[in-house]
Ligand binder design. Structure first.
Ligand SMILES: NC(=O)c1ccc[n+]([C@@H]2O[C@H](COP(=O)([O-])OP(=O)(O)OC[C@H]3O[C@@H](n4cnc5c(N)ncnc54)[C@H](OP(=O)(O)O)[C@@H]3O)[C@@H](O)[C@H]2O)c1
Length: 274
């Protein structure tokens, strides 16, 4: 028995139909938003231990999408991981982050390290899909006038198409034992500066996009002025750029191709939904 979380979102929304022939159980927060695939749908928020225990009863393999950004995200992840182990789940496939580390420049990469450690401690078999930033999302870094602003310097990002992450997850979930205790670092085929991203994404989308450098101080100030955001959220937003600046997100791997048998999608392919 396979269970998929996140099917109301982008990644899980690609994965659920791709694996529908395996009759996976969908574990969602809001069943009215679950994809209509004729599958067993159960309700659980990661933080709700009792609901998670019930939703995961009888499940052997679990695809766990990382939770939405939140200050208590680590607690949510740990609660769900503990419930999975208690419910008897044998193997967890978790969407982590490239460079998950307690000292990751991208502050949310530290949450992913915490989740990976909790899964290792649980004794469940794991497969970690350490995703770089999603290529599909890079144009959304721009403001309404088409400017991507931040302290990324000339650093490079090997962003991965969300569709490639779904493709890798589908291969892994069809034969989990072949990927036991494996960690895959999922990237695009090349590492680009944000100036290159803006030019290529702009051409692909027919939009006027450009990159403008900010200092770290300017980045905090501009976001503080525009949003009523807490410090942890500001840190996450600004460190997206500083992680690109310091090379943390620049490594290109061939893990997408090795696992799926097809090359990783380019930025243009990711943006066109190919
Ligand atoms: N690498 C990157 O650049 C990048 C960028 C953005 C996000 N991410 C991470 O990757 C994950 C998957 O990406 P995506 O594009 O599919 O995100 P998405 O479209 O926002 O979908 C997230 C899914 O996770 C579910 N979820 C979130 N928090 C949950 C919780 N506490 N308990 C149970 N379910 C929860 C959501 O359910 P609801 O529909 O009920 O909200 C949704 O189905 C995200 O959740 C995020 O952690 C990575």
């Amino acid at each position: 028995m396979l269970a998929l979380t996140g099917s109301t979102g982008h990644l899980g929304g690609l994965l659920a139909p791709a694996l529908a022939d395996l009759a996976p159980r969908l574990v969602v927060r809001n069943p009215s938003r679950a994809p209509d695939l004729g599958l067993d749908v159960r309700t659980a928020d990661y933080a709700d231990r009792d609901a998670a225990l019930a939703a995961l009863d009888g499940v052997e393999t679990l695809f766990m999408v990382s939770a939405a950004e939140a200050q208590d995200r680590r607690d949510q992840h740990r609660a769900f991981i503990d419930a999975a182990a208690e419910a008897g789940v044998q193997h967890v496939v978790y969407t982590s982050f490239a460079g998950a580390d307690p000292h990751a420049t991208f502050t949310l990469g530290r949450d992913h390290h915490d989740a990976e450690q909790a899964i290792r401690r649980s004794g469940m078999t794991f497969t970690f899909l350490r995703d770089n930033f999603y290529a599909d999302l890079l144009p959304w870094f721009a403001d309404e006038s088409g400017v991507i602003r931040g302290p990324a310097g000339d650093g490079r990002v090997a962003a991965v198409a969300r569709r490639d992450v779904a493709d890798v997850a589908a291969v892994v979930l069809r034969d989990p034992a072949a990927h036991a205790d494996a960690t895959y670092v999922l990237t695009g085929p090349e590492a680009l500066t944000l100036a290159e991203v803006a030019a290529r994404a702009g051409a692909a989308l027919g939009r006027d996009l450009r990159y403008e450098e900010e200092t770290v101080e300017e980045a905090y100030a501009s976001r503080r002025a525009a949003y009523d955001a807490e410090d942890w959220q500001l840190d996450a937003w600004v460190s997206t750029y500083t992680a690109i600046a310091d090379g943390s997100c620049a490594a290109v791997t061939d893990d997408v191709a090795r696992v799926t048998g097809h090359p990783a999608r380019t930025l243009e392919q990711a943006l066109r939904g190919e």
